[in-house]
Write a protein that binds this ligand. Structure first.
Ligand code: IGP
Length: 396
């Protein structure tokens, strides 16, 4: 409960008005963000109550004894806390941004905020997620869900991402390649100075990539949605994964309007229920959902979520940046690997793959696809980079 205490301290120091929101506003907000009927919120609440005692405010919601008077004072910080508590009960360490945000450097006497555990991101992934929260809130204001849904009609048709990987795997006998159009990353800095996304995408396609992953995050990866649009408009046929930090369903619709065929969901960030419903939304839109895990606990969670058919094992810990390819092997051993084979789930080995030996190692571990950025994007000729990575030309 330390976090709660610190949020309170921050709230009282901030000059931002602390508007109480009603129960129905709370429901509408959750429902809008997940694109679900508001009844789904009761599942969230049930989970919350299970994981910790019933918060006083929730009793009134659940009981609904005084419908007219259920003007609940769920303050902004409580909404944030709920998410974080559900997440923490599932072993997720990444917290959602508190309403006061990270500490400000100099903002005058009335906005002075204390730096404390509650309002300072604990690692780079948490920082990215907090930034994304603010960014999505702004984008959503400009283009609310209803107008995005209209824009879907004009989106380019969806292409079969997983089908393309399976086809490449059976054609070459090697893992299907998802080649990443990535200019920079927080851990490696700028990977390629003269970065022409379309040129790189075309070289990847010529080199035999089955699919492409296009970084959309601007601040930390120097990517953009425009890159994805430009790549599609240039006639590249490979299906596209929108590489973005997705925390709300709104982003999935947005990615689709920009021509994405698949999206990434990070289990280290999203609770099970979010993964489940976002996967459903993707299915409804015809898109593939790559669910990324990086340890046993996340893998077990994800294997327990209905509808998950496509899993990525990240060899890079996004909180510490440590890369270890043996992670892929570890997570595919024993019963987990057995279950994955039985369900015919396609597993992608992600990050830190540089040589034909690396590819052979993760293939031996059981992956049917790989996601590679750095080692090929850094090459003068990314097409040749692919042949070097696999130890042979995989384009034929
Ligand atoms: O450049 P690498 O080490 O080949 O890694 C590619 C890809 O796996 C990595 O970019 C990645 C995997 N999961 C992510 C989630 C967000 C941002 C980036 C990533």
């Amino acid at each position: 409960m330390e976090g709660l205490a610190s949020f309170r301290a921050v709230a009282s120091l901030s000059s931002r008005p602390r508007k109480p929101i009603s129960a129905s506003a709370f429901d509408a907000r959750r429902a809008n963000s997940l694109s679900l009927p508001s009844s789904s919120c009761s599942i969230v609440r049930a989970q919350q109550m299970e994981s910790k005692g019933t918060p006083p405010s929730a009793v009134a919601v659940e009981g609904e004894q005084e419908p007219e008077k259920v003007e609940l004072e769920i303050k902004e910080w409580e909404v944030g806390m709920y998410h974080n508590e559900v997440a923490a009960s599932q072993g997720i360490r990444i917290r959602r941004r508190p309403p006061t945000g990270p500490p400000q450097h100099y903002v005058g006497p009335f906005e002075f905020r204390l730096q404390n555990e509650g309002n300072t991101p604990r690692n780079i992934l948490e920082e990215i997620i907090w930034h994304k929260d603010t960014q999505v809130a702004q984008l959503k204001q400009r283009q609310p869900l209803y107008s995005l849904k209209k824009a879907l009609d004009n989106a380019p048709p969806v292409r079969d991402f997983v089908g393309a990987l399976r086809a490449a795997h059976s054609r070459t006998g090697l893992p299907g390649l998802i080649a990443e159009v990535k200019k920079a990353s927080p851990s490696r800095g700028v990977l390629r100075e003269n970065f022409d996304p379309v040129e790189i995408a075309q070289a990847y396609e010529k080199g035999g990539a089955a699919c492409l992953s296009v970084l959309a995050d601007e601040k930390y990866f120097q990517g953009s949605y425009e890159n994805m649009v430009a790549i599609r408009n240039a006639g590249v046929k490979c299906p596209l994964l929108c590489k973005e930090f997705i925390i709300e369903a709104w982003q999935i619709y947005y990615a689709r309007t920009k021509g994405a065929d698949a999206i990434l969901l990070i289990a280290a960030v999203l609770p099970d229920l979010d993964i489940k419903y976002m996967t459903k939304i993707c299915k409804m839109l015809g898109m593939a959902t790559l669910v990324e895990v990086h340890d046993e606990r996340e893998m077990d969670r994800v294997l327990g979520i209905e509808g998950v058919e496509f899993i990525g094992i990240n060899n890079r810990n996004l909180e510490t940046f440590k890369v270890d390819t043996s992670n892929t092997k570890k997570l595919l051993e024993g019963e987990r690997g057995e279950l994955i084979r039985q369900r015919d789930i396609i597993v992608v080995g992600e990050s830190g793959l540089f040589t034909p030996d690396d590819i052979a190692y993760v293939q031996e571990a059981g992956v049917k696809a790989v996601l590679v950025g750095e080692s090929i994007v850094k090459q003068n000729d990314p097409q040749k980079g692919i042949a070097e990575l696999f130890g042979k030309d995989i384009s034929m």
